[in-house]
Design a protein around this ligand. Sequence first.
Ligand code: GRF
Length: 201
Amino acid sequence: KRILVLISGNGSNLQALLDQAAAGRLGGEVVAVISNKADAYGLERARAAGVATEVLPGRDFADRDSFDAALRQRIDGYTPDLVVLAGFMRILTPALVRHYEGRMLNIHPSLLPKYQGLNTHQRAIDAGDDEHGCSVHFVTEELDGGPVILQARVPVFADDDATTVAERVHVQEHAIYPLAVRWFCDGRLAMKGGQAWLDNQ
Ligand code: GRF
């Protein structure tokens, strides 16, 4: 299967996918990485793995619709089976999301439906939660609201700050994101009737 990854930053989740692909455990190949930030470290990770990269800066476009039209054209040029959002920090238009519905995944650093949006780690601490985590979900028009595929939990300790919790969550992200991608590549995972569905093949 052909996997295309969208990033904006560090790309540690991208690295987890590249590592699993190199080990033959992803069920697919990362064919390209597109970033909206030219200085995203994840672009270096992609280059080091011999993966094609492209940069599409938001400021080059007058509005969201024209950015997303250009993005869609770039993505579809690689004919991916799956589009993976891995720290891609732009909100996508409903038209673009609909175009990839059922074949676009995101990972969000909270136990959805809790803490959609930004600053999830600090919000979990401020709320006094004793557990937190991350969720892989299909992308739908509702921001961070698509059907959840897989979640991992981590404890929150009294002496934690947002950085220590984020590190703990990241370890889990790197474990569960490649797993969900593999399920999709193996044809076991689909979105049906607005729900995520894992088949027992
Ligand atoms: C992760 O915490 C992910 O859950 C969120 O953005 C962050 C990306 O981190 N969507 P990285 O760029 O993969 O290191």
